[in-house]
Design a binder for this molecule. Structure first.
Ligand code: NIG
Ligand code: FE
Length: 417
């Protein structure tokens, strides 16, 4: 039983409706409903229309939330790529990188992903749950109501299960929706006795049936890169994942190309990173149904160039934007700030940026019930204390949400937390 209420008047309601799934988006196509009301029934949007007109006919028995200031309302943001289940800090990696070492050099010296694997294995499940809840709360306060969370710092059957169970337990204690993903193919574990392909075979034969049976996730991710897995190593793994009916997503083209080609071949939902993609990769992605996912937080954390988002959209591709929040390459974890910066650096329209963190991000997670404010969608809403939608990205994350609703429930209000 969800929440029922009538909210308004909202100075500008941005429904994100009527926009195509793929390709560039002009701001002239962004629909704005002035002085809007939203009628929410059992956590689902029942109606969006003119506030005054609605208030005359909506039963006085329905709880009303009358807004006495101006707000812009957007769909709750969807962060479709994070690694917020982890223990430890990699502040020393960050310092070393800024002092001149590369991500791959630091990894080779024992830093990088393997360092977080060591820390995460030492943590109890309870400690992991606490870390997830703390980070999810800060995402919620920044307007994120759906958050994808990957495993991938366990890298044994047991430790990957611990991470996925921690994500599930945290999800039961938190209003936002957590979408779990198994990233056991994050890197070949340094303590596995055998080749990378033998590790992947073991994971697909042992872990896949367990996560399926225990309903821990329906998504499989893999990192295709030097120091992680090659295209040839990953193909049999993804084939097995497909046989089990898992959705696929790929860490692709971060430092070198190859991952996006595999993503297209296996009809992945998304290919994420793409900082190294060239016109060839952009073309094959744009022709496919694979959503390109830019992770500006990783570019900022690593001090490298951004995903060619403008070129992807101009080629006709779909673009989602996610935070990649993780202890190594993307420690900031502020989706709106990062999306705004990507917009400025890549010359994206505000509509393209907002689409990337709402309905296009929902599509990347195969979720059809959110990312849009319209009848029958989830009442996941974020309200900013401004009169005009353009103020939000202009403030580059400096402007914070005043209220956040999840399934119709007010789950965050500034200064009342
Ligand atoms: O998306 N690229 C690989 N995986 C993560 C980094 C994780 C880490 O450094 O701990 C990423 O950037
Ligand atoms: Fe990642």
């Amino acid at each position: 039983m969800g929440y029922t209420s009538f909210i308004g008047p909202i100075a500008q309601l941005i429904p994100m409706t009527g926009l195509p799934a793929k390709g560039s988006l002009s701001d002239s196509k962004l629909k704005i409903i002035p002085s809007a009301g939203i009628y929410i029934k059992n956590g689902i949007i029942e109606e969006v229309a003119d506030y005054k007109e609605m208030s005359k006919r909506i039963s006085s028995a329905v709880t009303r939330l009358v807004l006495d200031k101006n707000y812009v309302c957007l769909p709750g943001f969807i962060d479709a790529h994070t690694h917020i289940c982890f223990a430890g800090s990699r502040a020393s990696d960050y310092a070393k990188r800024n002092a001149g070492k590369t991500y791959l050099e630091i990894a080779a010296e024992g830093g990088g992903i393997w360092d977080t694997v060591t820390q995460t294995r030492k943590a109890t499940k309870k400690e992991l749950v606490e870390g997830i809840l703390k980070r999810a709360q800060s995402h919620l306060q920044n307007g994120v109501t759906t958050i994808e969370i990957k495993s991938g710092y366990g890298l044994t059957v047991e430790e990957e299960l611990k991470m996925l169970e921690a994500i599930k337990e945290a999800s039961q204690e938190f209003p936002s929706d957590f979408i779990p993903t198994c990233l056991a193919a994050h890197m070949p574990p340094k303590d596995f006795k055998g080749e990378a392909s033998a590790y992947l075979k073991m994971i697909s034969e042992t872990l896949f049936p367990l996560i399926k049976e225990r309903q821990l996730t329906n998504r499989i991710d893999a990192f295709i890169e030097q120091g992680a897995f090659t295209q040839d190593e990953i193909r049999p793994y993804l084939k097995k994942a497909k046989e089990y009916g898992f959705d696929i997503t790929i860490h692709a083209d971060q430092f070198s190309t190859g991952g996006s080609e595999v993503a297209v071949q296996f009809e992945a939902l998304s290919a994420d990173h793409l900082e190294a993609s060239t016109s060839k990769e952009i073309e094959i992605l744009a022709k496919s149904n694979v959503i390109s996912m830019a992770l500006p937080g990783a570019s900022l954390g690593l001090g490298c160039h951004f995903t060619p988002a403008r070129k992807i959209l101009d080629a006709g591709g779909s673009l989602a934007i996610a935070s990649d929040h993780n202890p190594g390459s993307a420690p900031m974890g502020d989706l709106l700030t990062q999306a705004a910066i990507l917009g400025s650096m890549e010359k994206l329209s505000n509509t393209e940026v907002l689409a990337g963190i709402t309905f296009r991000a929902a599509a990347a997670l195969n979720l059809q019930d959110r990312g849009i404010i319209a009848k029958d969608y989830k009442a996941d809403l974020v309200l900013f204390p401004v009169e005009n939608v353009n103020e939000i990205l202009y403030r580059q994350g400096g402007l914070k949400p005043h209220m956040v609703f999840k399934d119709g429930q007010l789950v965050y209000q500034k200064n009342k937390a």
